[in-house]
Each structure stands twice: as C-alpha cells, then as structure tokens.
Write a protein of this length. Structure first.
Ligand SMILES: Cc1cc2nc3c(=O)[nH]c(=O)nc-3n(C[C@H](O)[C@H](O)[C@H](O)COP(=O)(O)OP(=O)(O)OC[C@H]3O[C@@H](n4cnc5c(N)ncnc54)[C@H](O)[C@@H]3O)c2cc1C
Length: 352
C-alpha cells in the first residue's frame, strides 16, 4: 500500500475545486483498507473515504488527515434469488455507469434509469442515488462494509441501510463509520425498463413498440446531457456536483402556506405527494422563482446554463465562492418562500 503526501484533490472531483489531502491512499483490496485505517488510527488522523468525487465540495484548505480512495473493482454475477432475480456483486471502486452499462448488456432491469450518474458503485448507497423514477434502494440486496469501529467486515441487508430520499445510515446516523467494500444488486433478468417518469414518457411519445433497456439507457443519457447532468469532458456546465439542493419534503401545512404565497404571485408550484402526508416540492422551481435563472453568474461560480439546481465552477472558483453563492440562494429562497433548502453534496474539510 502506497501512502502519498500532499495530493491535490481538485482534479479528483467533478467540481475541480479544493486543496490537497495531507495523506492519500488508493485501496484496491480489503487488506489495503485495513492497513489504511490502521495508519490513520495509529497517528490520530481524521479519515475521509473518497469514491468518484462527484458529490463533494472539498475545502480550499484541503483535508488535514488521510483520504482513502476506494478502488476495489470487479463485477461478479451470482446465482439468483428465490424470486428469480440475478445478483451482481460489484466492487465499491467500480464506475457506477460502467456497471449500469454491464447490466443493460446482460439484459437485466432495475438500474437502467440511473444511467449516466457519475461516481463509484460504493458511493451509490450513501445518498440512495436516484433519478427518473428509480433509486438504488429498490435494487440493493446487501452492502458489504468495513466497520471502522471494531475492524470487522459486515454484510448489511437492505433494511439495515435505512434508505429514504437521498438518505441512508451512511450519511446520517452512522456517517463516517463504514467503508463500503462491495454492493450486491438484485436485478430482473429480461425485465422491462421503468418508463414512468415524465421526461422519459415525452422522449418516447408516439412510439408504437416498447423501448428496451438499451434504448432507455440511451434516452436517459440523452436527457441528462441536455440538462448538463452527464459528464462530458470540456463542457463547462459539467464542473459541478450535480444538483446542489435537495427537493424539500414538507408537511401539508407548510405546503398550503407555500401554495398561498405562489397564488399571490399567480404562480403554480410543481409538487407531488411524498412519503406519508408529506409533499415534495421542486427545488429547481424555487431557485428559479427567487431570481436565479440558469446561467446566473457570481464571480467564478454560477448556476449551470442548463439546470437551475447545479452550481458550477465557471473556472478558478474556490470552495468559498461556491459556499457564498449557496448561502445567497438559501437566504433568498427562504425569504421569499419560507422554505430552507438543504444541500446535497458532502462538504469535505473546513468551511461548512
Ligand atoms: C453531473 C452530475 C450528475 C449527478 N446526478 C445525480 C443524480 O441524478 N442522482 C443522484 O442521486 N446523484 C447524482 N449526482 C451526485 C453523485 O454522482 C452521486 O451522489 C454519486 O453516487 C456519488 O458517488 P461518488 O463515488 O462520486 O462519491 P463521492 O462524491 O466520492 O463521495 C460522496 C459521499 O459518499 C461517501 N463514499 C463514497 N464512496 C464510499 C465508500 N466506498 N464507502 C463509504 N463511503 C463512501 C463519501 O465519504 C462522501 O460522504 C450527480 C453528480 C454530478 C456531478
């Protein structure tokens, strides 16, 4: 295991922002993970687990301890489950989109709508990655983790992961405790693609035959590219961490208050039922109706010209620039709509 020093983190993130890691290690096996954790514990260094760097805002001062990048690879197809599904055991360091492509080629349904999401397989359970009507919580069978509390390797079943919208135990109650080594997904062989989401319905409108998994994957990638949500090298709207704000999930009473404010401005706020008795409101709509149009500039940071929810690095932005824009947006949205937007990316190091 090679432990490097003062490694710049910005090039390893999709935002291209942030200072260096004091120590940095790429863990290709369980043994590497064990050695790296022992190294950080013996020196009392704070440990940060890094995946594909697509949901991170790294502080300008970097990370003062050890950054452990999970690089465990491999996609293994296993015997199926009792209900006829096929299990894929995937290394935490595998590219997520490579796995989606692999599953589509193998004609297995369940993650096709999650095509084009950047990052690693190990990153997907953390915020229960979701898009176009699918979430990984619907297909994750189990997550293999290294427990930094006692050094044991454990299998966490789906229920133990506590999944909900953009949330799991990995980014809430047990944040920082588990290193995800492998994830097992249960997919449906020969299954139909999931085509319930409005954007996908529009894409295939007028078609007489039902699209297959590969066509659905291509459609999702196409829609994402239009919104700047597909990483394309050299494309300025891609220097982001995806959506910067979550869609607020609010109570019926809060929603009524919001509706009244919108009515007074002769506007209709897009929202839909979520969980029991709650409503989910479009964060993009709130941002756009608080004076922030796509392409809004704020020094070196700004809003994507294709998507109101993505804060982008317009070149040479610092983490401080991004945080200042984030504060401004949160403040204005709260002032106008009475809703506090929660952020989605993980802040690494000081600054937040
Ligand atoms: C253009 C773009 C589009 C996006 N679209 C979507 C979308 O549609 N839906 C969506 O949900 N997200 C989206 N994202 C966000 C991001 O891609 C996902 O959250 C992704 O799963 C993050 O994975 P990662 O490997 O890059 O994790 P990182 O960004 O490296 O880390 C994110 C968090 O996960 C933890 N982590 C990562 N790997 C491990 C591991 N092996 N063990 C333990 N903890 C780990 C880190 O410590 C950190 O807390 C988008 C991002 C971008 C840039």
């Amino acid at each position: 295991m090679l432990i490097e020093e003062n490694i710049p983190l910005a090039p390893l993130t999709t935002f291209r922002i942030g200072g260096p890691a004091r120590f940095f290690v790429e863990a290709k096996s369980l043994a590497d993970v064990q050695d790296a954790v022992a190294f950080s514990q013996s020196r009392n260094l704070p440990l940060f687990v890094f995946g594909g760097g697509s949901n991170l805002l790294v502080a300008d001062t970097g990370w003062p301890g050890l950054v452990l990048k999970v690089a465990i690879g491999g996609i293994d197809r296993r015997a199926g489950t009792d209900d006829g599904k096929v299990l894929f055991d995937v290394g935490g360091g595998e590219s997520w989109d490579r796995f989606v492509s692999h599953s589509v080629i193998a004609d297995c349904a369940g993650v096709e709508c999650l095509s084009g999401i950047p990052g690693s397989v190990g990153g997907t359970p953390v915020q229960n990655v979701g898009a176009y009507g699918q979430e990984v919580s619907q297909t994750i069978d189990a997550v293999e983790v290294f427990d930094t509390k006692d050094g044991q390797v454990r299998q966490l079943c789906n229920e133990a992961c506590g999944f909900s919208y953009r949330s799991s135990i990995f980014n809430t109650s047990e944040r920082g405790r588990f290193i995800i080594l492998r994830v097992a997904y249960a997919l449906i062989p020969g299954g139909e693609p999931y085509l319930e989401y409005a954007d996908l319905k529009r894409h295939f409108a007028g078609r007489e035959t039902r699209p297959n998994l590969a066509e659905t994957r291509e459609a999702v990638r196409h829609i994402r590219a239009r919104k700047g949500m597909l990483i394309i090298e050299g494309e300025p709207d891609c220097r982001s961490a995806g959506s910067f704000f979550k869609n607020p999930v609010i109570s019926a009473a809060q929603h009524e208050e919001l509706r009244k404010r919108a009515d007074a401005m002769k506007l209709t706020i897009p929202s839909y039922p979520a969980l029991e008795k709650n409503m989910k409101v479009s964060a993009a709509w709130l941002v756009e109706h608080s004076g922030y149009s796509r392409g809004y500039g704020f020094g070196h940071a700004g809003i994507s010209s294709k998507h109101a929810l993505a804060i982008v690095n317009r070149g040479d932005a610092t983490a401080a620039d991004v945080l200042a824009l984030k504060d401004e947006i949160q403040h204005r949205v709260e002032q106008i709509w009475g809703v506090r937007l929660e952020t989605e990316p993980v802040f690494v190091g000081s600054g937040e």
